[in-house]
Design a protein around this ligand. Structure first.
Ligand code: KIV
Ligand code: ZN
Length: 515
């Protein structure tokens, strides 16, 4: 059996300290529960001396989380250590994490102490923490810029004083993988009592190398890795745990280690942390970005459908996502369109793939991404004679003011009919138009998402409105483009009404076939 790498999450300490506004206890608890479901080994949940709020959240989390070791941070200051212990009192499964700068820069300019003074502070603090718990972690802050001789000396002394985990942080994200590998290797070669402690690493991402450095450290023998979900943390952030965990999994052939993480919870935990911390995840972020498993180009989609391994090193299912994700855009090929139709239950002889593909490309050019209901509607239209949009916007008139309500009157061409309705609301002109449109169509719809984007620059910019609507438990998407944002909003809703109308025609047709 391969050796285990302990996964130490500091999203609630290093991650949280970098946020624009601090999290409430309830929010921290929600994150802690998600990390517990992910089966994280150690969770650093705060720096209790830093504020009464932090002390309280460490206390609440310690009392709630039962299956993960809880850790609190302290400087090499007696009061810090006592307060960290107090915040976790009553817990059997706790760790005190103490840290002290060991680089020349930190010793000289931050702490104003020489190395011997640093050594004795470290030893005294480890001994003090040991009064409260057997599990004491010591971090040599700025280890990446600490001389290797000093690093070896302090590591040997704190292990001799009882530290059970020695953390080697690259506090400022300065090292490169080969150099960091050599630091860890030197510790194993030069520190005589190194086998009495677990060697941990904690890398920051200032040069974008936090994950690479952490993986190099594992190759050199480190058996605990610290980081945060989504890589949140000071400045450019910490090593992203989801990337480290999945690298250990995907490259077990060369790393020969494992973790006990419940990987199925990775995606959900990442989303929860992103939402609570108000830190959006870039679409192309490894493992958890919305594009991380999505295949867009025709060649890639075709390759994936022939054999997943052509373009996929990991299955999205492992981290709790759905299976193959093909973005249907103008770059998609016939194979992807056919695959999607088959997934929706259509047999090849129920539609003409060539015709469908031509109309799919036209729509994709206009709209960007093509959704399932668009494909269904295109297939339906292709199978029957082409007909124009059922609903067409003829005219609208809106009146609104900052003090009163908004009123809209809308005229819509509905097949061969022309209908006009009005609505008044205190929610502004767009809502008034939407209410009038809903009255005309008779569809009972619920607006779920409304997004407005500027297309182009200056006075020529167009307003593009994207909306998502729920109708009879199905989601319908609509887009409208115009220089006037009320007009683009109206067009987006008319687009939705047409999509609903087409979907209803498909249903009617299918019901007829069944009879
Ligand atoms: O980056 C760092 O050095 C730290 C220590 C407190 C471990 O966060
Ligand atoms: Zn840090």
């Amino acid at each position: 059996m391969s050796e285990k790498v302990i996964i130490f999450d500091t999203s609630l300490r290093d991650g949280e300290q970098s946020l624009q506004s601090s999290l409430s206890v309830k929010e921290k608890l929600q994150i802690a529960l998600a990390l517990e479901r992910m089966n994280i080994d150690v969770m650093e949940v705060g720096f209790p001396i830093s504020s009464p709020g932090d002390f309280n959240s460490v206390k609440v989390i310690s009392n709630t989380i039962k299956n993960v070791k809880i850790c609190s941070l302290a400087r090499c200051v007696d009061k810090d250590i006592d307060v960290a212990a107090d915040a976790m009192s009553g817990m059997d499964n706790s760790r005190i994490h103490i840290f002290l700068g060991t680089s020349n820069l930190h010793m000289q300019y931050k702490l104003r102490k020489n190395f011997d003074e640093i050594l004795s502070m470290a030893v005294r603090s480890v001994q003090r923490a040991k009064r409260y718990t057997d599990d004491v972690e010591f971090s040599c802050e700025d280890a990446g810029r600490t001389s290797i001789d000093n690093l070896c000396r302090i590591v040997e002394c704190v292990i001799a004083s009882g530290a059970t985990t020695i953390n080697i942080p690259d506090t400022v994200g300065y090292t490169v993988p080969n150099q960091f590998y050599n630091i860890i290797k030197s510790l194993y070669e030069k520190v005589p009592n190194i086998d009495k402690a677990v060697i941990s690493v904690h890398c920051h991402d200032d040069l974008g190398m936090a994950v690479a450095n952490s993986i190099s450290a594992i190759m050199a023998g480190a058996r605990q890795v610290e980081g945060t979900m989504n890589g949140i943390g000071e400045r450019a952030g910490n090593a992203a745990l989801e990337e480290i965990i999945m690298t250990i999994f995907a490259r077990s052939d060369i790393l020969d280690v494992h973790t006990d993480i419940n990987k199925k919870e990775i995606y959900r935990t990442s989303k929860i942390i992103s939402q609570i911390c108000n830190m959006p995840i870039p679409a192309n972020k490894a493992i958890v970005g919305s594009n991380a498993f999505a295949h867009s180009s025709g060649i890639h989609q075709d390759g994936i459908l022939k054999n997943r391994e052509n373009y996929e090193i990991l299955s999205p299912v492992i981290i709790g996502l759905k299976d193959v994700q093909l973005n249907l855009t103008s770059r998609s090929g016939r194979a992807a369109v056919r695959y999607r139709m088959t997934q929706m239950g259509y047999k090849d002889d129920e539609y003409d793939i060539n015709k469908l593909y031509v109309s799919f490309l036209k729509l994709a050019d206009k709209k960007g991404q093509v959704f399932d209901y668009d494909l269904e509607a295109l297939a339906f239209i292709n199978n029957h004679q082409e007909h124009p949009e059922y609903f067409r916007l003829d005219y609208f008139n809106v009146k609104s003011s900052s003090t009163g309500s908004a009123k809209a009157s809308v005229t819509l061409i509905c097949g061969n009919d022309i209908k006009t309705k009005s609505a008044t609301t205190s929610n502004g002109p767009v809502d008034a138009v939407y209410q009038a449109l809903s009255k005309i169509s008779g569809y009972s719809i619920l607006l779920q998402k409304f997004q407005l984007f500027a297309k182009g620059k200056g006075k020529d910019a167009l307003g593009q409105v994207d909306i998502l609507v729920e109708y009879k438990k199905r989601k319908f998407h609509g887009i409208g483009l115009a220089t006037d944002i009320i007009e683009s909003s109206s067009k987006a809703m008319v687009n939705v009404l047409n999509n609903i109308w087409r979907a209803n025609q498909v249903t009617l047709k299918l019901n007829k076939f069944n009879v």
